[in-house]
Design a protein around this ligand. Structure first.
Ligand code: ATP
Ligand code: MG
Length: 289
């Protein structure tokens, strides 16, 4: 088992942003990304503790998804460096980053509707370039290793309880099942660190509990998990550490109880008006599912 608990702040309360962790797996410095002059991400320093479940919270438009896009190689920063276990990731495309052990899921699930559920998982091996693969390329890729890939994909579908849908077209899945499919896909690369973008948004309460169980199990298996979440019950329920973002910056970080007790954070950033509330899905997600 890896070390779990990140360092607490010296004060014992919500830590200052950018604090050092005992054993960081991911370290980012000076990460910036602007769109039309608006700084979507403006992070001076961020460390993610190995083996921890870290929640990233913040109002709509805070830059949470953009941060994931940058870290996972789906978008390029204007400036900044970041590394996974000391390996610099700057400039690497997403499939290389996923091969190095860091994968992410998407806020709006990306299933290949015309492939089956099983094929959707299988295309994630070994990289995450499935979006660009058509069926013919997929078959070529599978020529040598099809059986192993399929077996592994099927095992993952069983793990997430959607193996009965394996041969259905992926668009037959419900919104919640798509979230499970995304998790299964992410695991095809046998990552060390997984980033989930709003895994519970638009998902019914029973499936949310099941998703949380999966996250806990992944952590117990030694994975590091970073997830973006609006539902504070979920955040309090499974995270070891919480990072608060607003306007691209990290405002505060600390253990969940300390973050919730941090009056300024609650008033300014966890209020209903800012889109963070119990059971709150983003507008885009709500309309999607
Ligand atoms: N591709 C893009 N082009 C232009 N602006 C963008 C793009 N992606 C994000 N932005 C802007 O960057 C800012 C941060 O967006 P981002 O999606 O990262 O926020 P978020 O914290 O994930 O929000 P939400 O909770 O609603 O998902 C917003 O102002 C958004 O409009
Ligand atoms: Mg987002």
């Amino acid at each position: 088992m890896p070390e779990r608990a990140p360092e607490r702040s010296a004060s014992g309360g919500a830590a200052l942003p950018g604090g050092a962790k005992r054993d960081p797996i991911l370290v980012a410095d000076g990460l910036r990304r602007a769109f039309s002059g608006i700084r979507a991400v403006d992070v001076d320093h961020l460390e993610i503790a190995r083996g921890a479940v870290t929640a990233i919270i913040g109002p709509n438009g805070a830059g949470k998804t953009t941060l994931f896009n940058l870290l996972s190689g789906f978008d390029r920063p204007d400036a900044g460096t970041w590394s996974l276990d000391g390996k610099r990731l700057n400039g690497l495309p997403a499939h290389r980053i996923s091969r190095l052990g860091m994968v992410r899921t998407f806020q709006l699930t990306r299933v290949l509707a015309r492939l089956t559920v099983l094929e959707n998982v299988a295309v994630a091996a070994p990289g995450q370039s499935g979006e660009r693969l058509d069926r013919a390329l997929l078959r070529r890729r599978w020529r040598d290793q099809e059986r192993q890939v399929r077996a592994r994909a099927r095992t993952l579908l069983q793990r997430f309880g959607i193996d009965h849908m394996a041969d259905q077209p992926a668009d037959a899945l419900s919104g919640g099942q798509r979230k499970l499919l995304e998790m299964a896909r992410a695991l095809m690369t046998q990552p060390r660190l997984i980033m989930f973008d709003e895994p519970t948004a638009g998902v019914n309460p029973a499936l949310t509990q099941s998703l949380l169980g999966h996250v806990r199990k992944l952590q117990a298996e030694g994975l590091t998990i970073v997830f973006i979440e609006h539902d504070m019950d979920v955040v309090m329920g499974i995270s070891d550490w919480v990072v608060v973002m607003a306007q691209g910056r990290i405002l505060a970080e600390g253990p969940p109880a300390d973050i919730v007790a941090h009056a300024g954070v609650i008033e300014a950033y966890l209020g209903r008006a800012h889109g963070l509330e119990k059971g709150g899905a983003t507008e885009s997600e709500a309309s999607r599912d």
